[in-house]
Write a protein that binds this ligand. Structure first.
Ligand SMILES: Nc1ncnc2c1ncn2[C@@H]1O[C@H](COP(=O)(O)OP(=O)(O)OP(=O)(O)O)[C@@H](O)[C@H]1O
Ligand SMILES: [Mg+2]
Length: 411
């Protein structure tokens, strides 16, 4: 998870039927789609051509859409991966800010050219070469305003790096769970949910469907205007083809976000992503993390804790983020909570499709529906039965030595 705090979410990596649990790296077996054909997405400025994924690794890495960088070029761009340019840390490695010329892609002085984010694989190999390659394969070919842009990559010896567009507002996780002075207002939360839903709907509605598999607040990055973009395609998987209803795969993802039926059976569908979306929607409403070991009892698990309140208009305030101080339209919050509840249905078939989720959220954003709702509370709502406990957080650009307890994986 992001660098800004000690997250308690843990990666799920459950070998099917093994019954064995152990902490491990985010590694897993991957099969690359032999053919990735993406249909045109209506209404977006997405680039969507029929793309055939090259079969060999060499061909994938020769993709014209992404630039191969040398390690030296990225060292120069990040001033040798200086710790004061550290943007965050995840299971894959560390992410550093750098600068390159927009056209030549050569390193520039900080502040000139374009900013980039360089993700450097940890030497011990967490997340692994295969996920790195999956990410280059997918993000190198998918272009959509709600997917982070992959500019290039580097592969020299054991070093594996990814070069992304820099997202000035960092991850949603940092904004929601960092106890800074400016909590995200309701309208921004809705905007982020819509952007992320649009990204997922794009993947699900592609001619050759893609299941994202790692939807969570830390993988939703934000540009200067809080437009949301999905990052981290290392776990992405081609959807079922022909008459198949699901893809059978090793269970991977993050505890608290992964759908229960997927964890139990390894059967992956787009509805697994819809479940994860429901969890993030709850995080947006409540300002609480999917799994929070600092809480007591049922409150450790956001889905379990919020369940009794989602369908009850009068009790919903109990799980709403107290940092909103009641500044949200009650009706909109109730509709969003109902939507989250539908996404979290234990029966995957009854969960809505992402395109439906998107349409519902867009309706909420509609100015008319907001203006119709006059019940914005002027004073803070009563606090939840158990108030928020402040988390101790490290600053955004924390030194590399900052201890980190997040992103363990369970196999
Ligand atoms: N393109 C980017 N622009 C700006 N900041 C970024 C970018 N990519 C990542 N970051 C920052 O780096 C942090 C770590 O990202 P990373 O994807 O490595 O890990 P994670 O998503 O937090 O965890 P995990 O590895 O479990 O997915 C993010 O939370 C974000 O703050
Ligand atoms: Mg990430």
């Amino acid at each position: 998870m992001g660098n800004c705090h000690n997250s308690s979410s843990a990666k799920v990596d459950t070998a099917l039927n093994s019954g064995i649990s152990k902490v491990s790296g985010k590694t897993g077996s991957y099969s690359y789609p032999s053919s990735l054909t993406i249909s045109t997405h209506s209404g977006g400025s997405s680039s969507i051509d029929s793309i055939t994924t090259p079969r060999s690794e060499g061909e994938i890495l020769l993709s014209p859409n992404v630039k191969p960088f040398t390690l030296m070029e990225l060292k120069n761009a990040t001033r040798n991966f200086r710790s004061d340019g550290l943007l965050g840390e995840g299971g894959f490695g560390y992410v550093f800010k750098g600068w390159i010329d927009e056209f030549t892609h050569l390193a520039t002085k900080p502040g000139s050219g374009i900013a980039i984010a360089v993700k450097k694989l940890k030497p011990e190999g967490f997340q692994g070469h295969k996920e790195w390659l999956t990410e280059v394969t997918y993000l190198g070919q998918l272009h959509h305003p709600n997917l982070v842009k992959l500019i290039g990559y580097s592969s020299e010896g054991h070093n594996r790096l990814l070069v992304y567009e820099y997202m000035p507002k960092g991850s949603l996780e940092n904004h929601l769970f960092r106890r800074g002075p400016q909590p995200l207002p309701w309208a921004t939360r809705l905007k982020v949910a819509i952007g992320a839903a649009r990204g997922l709907a794009f993947l699900h509605d592609a001619k050759d469907q893609i299941i994202y598999r790692d939807f969570k607040a830390s993988n939703i990055l934000l540009d200067a205007d809080f437009n949301a973009k999905l990052s981290d395609f290392g776990l992405a998987k081609a959807g079922p083809t022909g008459d198949r209803t699901h893809v059978s795969t090793q269970v991977m993802g993050t505890h608290g976000y992964a759908a229960p039926e997927y964890i139990a059976t390894g059967r992956l569908t787009t509805k697994s992503d819809v479940y994860s979306f429901g969890v993030v929607l709850l995080e947006l409403l409540s300002g609480r993390q999917a799994v929070d070991k600092d809480k007591v009892g049922i409150e450790q698990d956001l889905v379990d804790w919020t369940k009794p309140y989602l369908g009850d208009k009068r009790k919903l305030f109990r799980i709403m983020d107290t940092r909103l101080e009641g500044q949200y339209p009650q009706k909109s919050a109730y509709i969003a909570a109902t939507l989250a509840s539908q996404c979290l249905s234990t029966e995957p078939k009854t969960r809505p499709r992402m395109s439906e989720v998107l349409a519902s959220l867009e309706e909420l954003q509609d100015a008319r529906s907001v203006s119709k709702d006059r019940r914005v509370l002027s004073s803070p709502v009563p606090r939840s039965p158990v108030g928020h406990r402040q988390r101790r957080l490290t600053p955004l650009a924390s030194p590399l030595s900052t201890p980190r307890q997040s992103t363990t994986q369970v196999r």
